[in-house]
Design a protein around this ligand. Structure first.
Ligand SMILES: Nc1ncnc2c1ncn2[C@@H]1O[C@H](COP(=O)(O)OP(=O)(O)OP(=O)(O)O)[C@@H](O)[C@H]1O
Length: 600
């Protein structure tokens, strides 16, 4: 089953962006103030320039001295503006870095808090794309866009006010000519959001196809699926290309229209200013100053348009990063504390992603401390039932409870004190041995850690020069057996009352399997164990055997009861043991399904 993660709506993105700004309001206020001062200082230059023109034209008095003083003023204010602008930029970059850090931490926290039922079904590429490409786009945008957009906005505002104050008629004329910029932006913005969301989604799909193809390379080769994977990749590339071309087209319309629209105010003011001057209504100095202001407006407007364009992509990325907040959480109910260790499966039906039911009305009570073996042919539903028992998924109907509380309702820290699923997938983190263990019990002391390592036979840790501080992956690399011991030590530390074993040793090489079984012995002691029995010996040794067929629990009882009943389990046992019905030692590790054909 695969699920898509939600994408946040515009309102949530705005709220998140506003929250990020508020979280660092001192920096934002500083940014506004510094940019305001820098822009005000920038306005003085053109005004002094206009005064120089008028002084030269008037030609009376100490023209040279006046021009020198005014020119010195231009220089001083330009330097002041440059210094203030650089200071503002430094404040802005620091703000951007802090905010980018906050966005990434939020994303990580939300990813870690994803319910297992969601995390396991999300395409790998989707989370990778959101956590890397999208988070980077958001981070870069916040780092650069906020300071640059603020600078540009304040500058543009000041320039517009300045030109209006200088001469309202020329100012109005300039603003009317600016309407073209607004029209170009409006056209673009109406089309941009869906186009950029599609671009991000097709990019993530492409990443997913590539990741899953690389991950499943062996299976693809073994089943000769190269052609199909290549086709899937071609389709993903074509979709990504089409989406990129669409956004490229939007940009190719926006930028030229903007460039043309920016020249119009300057042309308009020169024409109108010329006519007004000819009629003695304004001085040449005022026309020059107004033209310089409007010409200067192109810089901030250009910055704004570039960012408006980039913000479309960044907003789509922000929406994808924030989308994780909209994943429904499995909140623990108020009665989350289980009353006892009894596990009860009642009327459970389950289907993957809208498919047919693969569990069909399963009822089962597991008594505390018992060893229960789940037996069934391949595809009967054993692993699915194991996942429901471990709280990794919820039944479609019915319930799976521990001590009366639905297992999937338990928060992760409480769940791992109750039930833990042990599979072949023994994950080891690139971290110290200590932290590899402490993920399940952050407060565990070194003595506790040494005790659990000793319990699973991982005495080799004591021989490492740095002991518990050894960095796995950097100081040592662990072979399969040691990695398993580490992850089994983690299970002992979590100390759940129930363990569910799925393929814990079935597919291991014999030496590793023997070592793991020794470690497992210590892990299982004193706990309820529900084992998917790929070896009939496991079923024989269990207290009870539950037999699944096509998603239904068809038999439940002790090994002896089921053998004498002569039902599916009895037939399986007899076929395995050539009709003698006696345990003839360990089977060679084949599954019950294959045992039927390959029976001795
Ligand atoms: N992620 C999945 N998406 C869709 N269908 C699935 C998924 N996992 C399992 N199934 C289907 O659910 C049914 C039960 O599968 P399950 O893995 O629980 O059986 P099983 O008894 O554990 O088999 P095996 O011994 O081969 O692991 C099968 O028909 C299988 O194809």
């Amino acid at each position: 089953m695969s699920a898509t993660l939600p994408v946040a709506g515009s309102a949530r993105v705005r709220a998140a962006a506003w929250g990020d700004l508020r979280a660092d309001r001192a920096a934002v206020a500083g940014l506004l103030l510094l940019n305001g001062l820098a822009s005000a200082a920038g306005l003085v230059g053109p005004w002094l320039l206009g005064r120089i023109v008028d002084a030269v034209r008037a030609g009376s008095g100490d023209v040279l001295g006046t021009v020198d003083r005014l020119a010195l003023g231009v220089l001083v204010f330009t330097v002041v503006q440059t210094l203030l602008a650089r200071w503002a930029l430094a404040v802005g970059y620091r703000f951007g870095e802090r905010t980018a850090g906050r966005v990434r931490e939020r994303f990580l926290a939300r990813t870690l808090a994803l319910p297992p039922s969601v995390a396991e079904h999300v395409p790998a590429g989707e989370l990778i794309a959101r956590g890397s490409t999208d988070a980077s786009v958001v981070a870069t945008t916040l780092r650069r866009a906020v300071p640059e957009v603020l600078v540009a906005l304040v500058q543009a505002l000041f320039l517009i006010v300045a030109v209006l104050v200088l001469d309202p008629l020329l100012g109005l004329c300039g603003l009317v000519c600016l309407l073209g910029v607004g029209a170009a932006l409006r056209w673009y913005l109406r089309r941009a959001r869906p186009a950029y969301l599609t671009e991000a989604a097709t990019g993530a799909r492409l990443a997913d196809v590539v990741t899953s193809t690389a991950k499943g390379a062996r299976t693809i080769e073994a089943l000769a699926l190269e052609g199909r994977r290549a086709e899937a990749a071609d389709t993903a590339v074509a979709d990504a290309r089409a989406a990129r071309l669409r956004t490229l087209w939007l940009r190719t319309v926006l930028f030229p229209s903007f460039d043309v629209s920016c020249v119009l105010p300057v042309v308009g003011v020169l024409l109108v200013g010329g006519a007004l001057h000819a009629n003695g209504l304004v001085s040449v100095g005022v026309v020059v100053a107004a033209t310089v202001y409007l010409r200067q407006l192109v810089g901030p407007l250009d910055t704004l348009v570039v960012w408006v364009e980039q913000l479309q992509g960044a907003t789509a990325s922000y929406a994808r990063v924030e989308g994780l907040a909209e994943v429904p959480r499995d909140e623990p109910g108020p009665a989350a504390a289980p009353g006892n260790d009894r596990i009860e499966v009642s009327g459970v039906r389950y289907a993957y992603a809208g498919g047919r039911d693969v569990l069909r009305g399963v009822d089962l009570v597991v008594r505390p401390g018992e060893r229960l073996a789940l037996v069934g042919t391949s595809g009967a539903g054993k692993s699915t039932l194991a996942r429901l028992l471990a709280g990794l998924d919820r039944p479609r109907t019915g319930s799976v409870t521990v001590g009366g509380t639905p297992v999937a309702d338990l928060p992760p820290d409480r769940l791992r004190e109750q039930v833990v699923l042990v599979t072949q997938d023994h994950h080891v983190f690139h971290d110290t041995v200590r932290d590899n263990l402490r993920v399940v019990k952050p407060g565990a002391t070194d003595e506790e850690l040494r005790a659990v390592l000793a319990a699973v036979g991982a005495r080799w840790v004591g021989d490492l020069p740095q002991g518990l501080d050894t960095e796995v992956g950097a100081d040592i690399s662990l072979d399969g057996a040691r990695a398993q011991q580490l992850s089994l030590a983690r299970v002992v530390l979590a100390d759940p009352h129930t363990l569910i074993l799925d393929e814990a040793t079935a597919l291991l090489d014999p030496t590793t399997a023997r070592e793991t079984e020794r470690s497992l012995g210590a892990v299982l002691r004193g706990r309820t164990v529900i084992a998917i029995a790929h070896r009939l010996q496991t079923a024989h040794d269990a207290d009870r055997v539950a037999v699944l067929e096509a998603g239904e629990l068809v038999e439940l009882g002790t090994h002896d009861e089921l053998v004498s009943a002569g039902g599916p389990y009895g037939r399986l046992w007899r076929s395995w043991h050539g009709g003698h019905g006696e345990p003839g030692g360990r089977d060679p590790g084949r599954r019950p399904g294959s045992a039927r054909q390959g029976g001795r």
